[in-house]
Design a protein around this ligand. Structure first.
Ligand SMILES: Nc1ncnc2c1ncn2[C@@H]1O[C@H](COP(=O)(O)OP(=O)(O)OP(=O)(O)O)[C@@H](O)[C@H]1O
Ligand SMILES: [Mg+2]
Length: 323
């Protein structure tokens, strides 16, 4: 393989679109009765947050009254720059501590639980700026993501057979994930030599080493070329279709519309809207939140178009069915 191989080699979309259509329909059915309002109760919430607040000096970065994330669906967390999305991720996953609030994962409180333990419980996240270790190879990065499992315990250290078994299983799992994310050809390469898009793939693959139930992705498509984006989209849908829950932050509204079953909107630290993608993007509160932040954002234009279209339709309906 030439050294200058780029993302274009990684565009194989292995997902079955029929499967993902079924997954989308199932998710829509599960969410059909959920109120389209901030803090809405979900029929089967895997993650529930209450009164989460984080201040940096005088700035309240996060002030979430109530949020429930439905199990087995793809939820997008959107909002203008500085809305508090990453800070909220940090708080939920134990990378930062809130000033107030409580939250549960599968009914278990995560308050005060360290990030690596949160991951072990089945809730992992990736980072807006990838955290792959450049000076380690791809396979080493993958193996490292599995640490904190059985091999690390004191008892296991006394039982090398058991430890080796675990290590073998980890390597097998790592290789299978590298295959799935078309990174197998890069197995022995330093992670630092990967393109931006390939790093995003490696981060997602690494997150899956612990067999998570909930995968939280902070801007998984940022800085990724369009072809690889399609492949990443497929991977995210596959996560849901194999039964995992996905919560992801994204600015690209086409991506959000394409893959999310539910959208949660944050502005100035608070949840200001929730609902299915089309519903949320036509919501005046959401349009205002984005307009307040940056006037040329694609959501404001799209949402305004949708609102006008809806208004026209309503007008037409009224004319057709006079009461
Ligand atoms: N460690 C910190 N110290 C001080 N202020 C911080 C810190 N982390 C975040 N902030 C501030 O908190 C607010 C929320 O930031 P955050 O990174 O969570 O936003 P975001 O929604 O992820 O934005 P983006 O879409 O640009 O990634 C911002 O005003 C940011 O400047
Ligand atoms: Mg962020």
């Amino acid at each position: 393989m030439p050294a200058d191989t780029t993302d274009t080699t990684d565009t194989t979309d292995t997902t079955d679109s029929t499967d993902s259509t079924v997954g989308t329909a199932k998710a829509a059915a599960a969410l059909s009765d959920v109120a389209r309002e901030p803090g809405a109760t979900k029929p089967d919430a895997i993650l529930v947050a209450d009164g989460i607040r984080r201040q940096f000096g005088g700035l309240t970065a996060v002030d979430v009254g109530h949020l429930e994330v439905q199990r087995g669906v793809i939820t997008a967390l959107i909002g203008p720059n500085g809305a508090g999305k990453t800070t909220f991720f940090n708080l939920l996953t134990g990378f930062d501590r809130p000033d107030a609030g409580s939250w549960t994962f599968n009914g278990r409180s995560l308050d005060g639980i360290a990030a690596y333990k949160v991951a072990r419980l089945g809730m992992v996240r990736t980072f807006q700026l990838t955290k792959v270790l450049s000076k380690l190879t791809v396979i080493e990065n993958m193996r490292l993501a599995a640490t904190g499992q059985r091999g690390e315990s004191f008892l296991s250290a006394l039982l090398p057979m058991r430890w080796r078994g675990q290590e073998r299983a980890n390597t097998e799992r790592a290789d299978s994930l590298l295959g799935r994310f078309t990174l197998d050809a890069k197995r022995e390469d330093f992670a630092g030599s990967l393109s931006g898009g390939q790093r995003k793939l490696l981060e997602m693959a690494r997150a899956l080493m612990v067999e998570p139930e909930l995968v939280m992705l902070d801007e998984p498509m940022a800085g990724v070329n369009p072809a690889l984006k399609q492949s990443l989209l497929g991977h995210v849908k596959t996560l849901r279709d194999e039964g995992r829950t996905v919560l992801f932050v994204e600015h690209d509204m086409d991506m959000v519309r394409d893959i999310s079953d539910w959208v949660v909107v944050m502005a100035q630290g608070q949840i200001v809207a929730e609902g299915p993608p089309d519903n949320v993007m036509a919501n005046q509160v959401v349009i205002d939140a984005y307009l307040g932040a940056h006037h040329d954002s694609d959501i404001s234009v799209e949402a305004e178009e949708q609102r006008l279209a809806a208004e026209r339709n309503r007008g037409a309906d009224q004319k057709e069915t006079p009461r």
